[in-house]
Design a protein around this ligand. Structure first.
Ligand code: KG4
Ligand code: ZN
Length: 333
């Protein structure tokens, strides 16, 4: 089964070809234009997808050494995400299917992030816990089977990646903020500033807005005069606070739900410091860590094609008239 995956939910235009869980190609174009604006501008994102979609899908097919006729299904992200961006990918995938008669598979973006685990590790003994930490989402799921996951916790306010992006902006760093903070933090002391760890001891939900505000007050107290050394300390201390909350809650959930493996996916899970903290914390209590490589954590189309494969394996089909959605609520555990 050969599947073409297409991803346009935010600011990456991506396409990939996967055959029976083997990755034949993966092409990702990250829209650099947003860095001038400090965040993704939805209208610009849609236009950039329109410009990129044909060459990116063409490159993915070329790289895989296949023509469209040798593809069995087309999988596309239908949501959640920016509606204008999603429309570009969905309309394009629909037209490919209409022209070729191939079946269309509409896949969920969050399920796709989780499916990155099946690309990286093949068969995984379920249940496992999976943190989906990205620019728009902070979810902790218990995955009971491929495509069957229940929400254990989620963010009450900002997503983890959004907090990285906003703090980066406060520090005069560019968008996307996550990689910038990670780089800055390398030269800083993570214990220099004791930023709050919101709702650390309560339940499994997350909250990052208080932490973000604490960083803002700290920066304001220095009236914008943040030296390079202090900036590195702020970045490192902020990153440590985020890591502490993510790791503590995930490990507590693993203990209480009697789960033996923990995973993290999504853009924030490409952060080496957070990966290290989770792996270290999990190993200390005898848990296995599943961390797909960074390029499978950030938005990509391999995970979309893999989710398409999982749809086929489970007998799920999509209506050819599927419509994009901007938000989705997942069943609670
Ligand atoms: O999963 P993703 O590529 O797109 C969404 O579905 O949102 O995640 C993008 C988010 C952005 O907020 C970005 O700042 C963050 O992931 N991110 C990082 C790192 N790389 C990307 N956050 C922390 N550290 C990183 N190295
Ligand atoms: Zn994503």
């Amino acid at each position: 089964m050969r599947i073409l995956g297409i991803e346009t939910s935010c600011d990456e235009t991506a396409a990939a070809v996967v055959e029976d869980r083997r990755v034949l190609s993966s092409v990702v174009l990250s829209q650099a234009v947003h860095s001038d604006f400090g965040g993704v501008v939805p209208e610009i994102a849609s236009r950039e997808h329109i410009k990129a979609i044909v060459p990116i899908v063409g490159s993915a097919l070329d790289e895989a050494g296949t023509g469209l006729e040798a593809v069995d299904r087309v999988a596309v992200t239908v949501g959640p995400g920016l509606i204008g961006s999603l429309i570009v990918g969905v309309a394009f995938a629909k037209s490919l299917c209409f022209a070729t008669g191939k079946p269309l598979l509409g896949v969920d973006h969050i399920e796709s992030h989780v499916a990155a685990n099946y690309v990286a590790f093949g068969e995984i003994p379920e249940p496992f816990l999976c943190l989906v930490i990205s620019g728009g989402h902070t979810h902790l799921f218990i995955v009971e089977a491929p495509l069957s996951m229940k929400l254990v916790g989620s963010t009450l306010d900002d997503a983890a990646g959004e907090a990285f992006d906003k703090v980066a902006r406060m520090l005069g760093l560019r968008y996307p903020g996550g990689p910038e903070i990670e780089r800055e933090a390398l030269g800083g002391d993570p214990r220099a500033i004791d930023f709050p760890r919101p709702v650390l001891q309560e339940g499994y939900d997350f909250s990052f807005s208080g932490l973000k505000t604490a960083v803002k007050y700290f920066v304001d107290r220095h009236q914008g005069e943040v030296s390079p050394g202090l900036r590195a300390d702020i970045a490192a201390s902020f990153q440590q606070a985020v890591a502490d909350v993510l790791v503590e809650k995930t490990l507590r959930a693993a203990r209480n739900l009697d789960v033996r493996s923990v995973s993290a996916v999504g853009g924030v899970a490409s952060n080496s410091f957070i990966r290290g903290q989770l792996a270290h914390g999990a190993a200390a209590v005898g848990l296995k860590t599943l961390l797909p490589p960074p390029d499978l954590c950030t938005d990509n189309a391999v995970m979309v094609a893999m989710t398409g494969l999982l749809h086929v394996a489970s007998g799920r089909t999509s209506d050819p008239s599927i419509s994009p959605y901007s938000t989705m609520s997942y069943p609670r555990a």
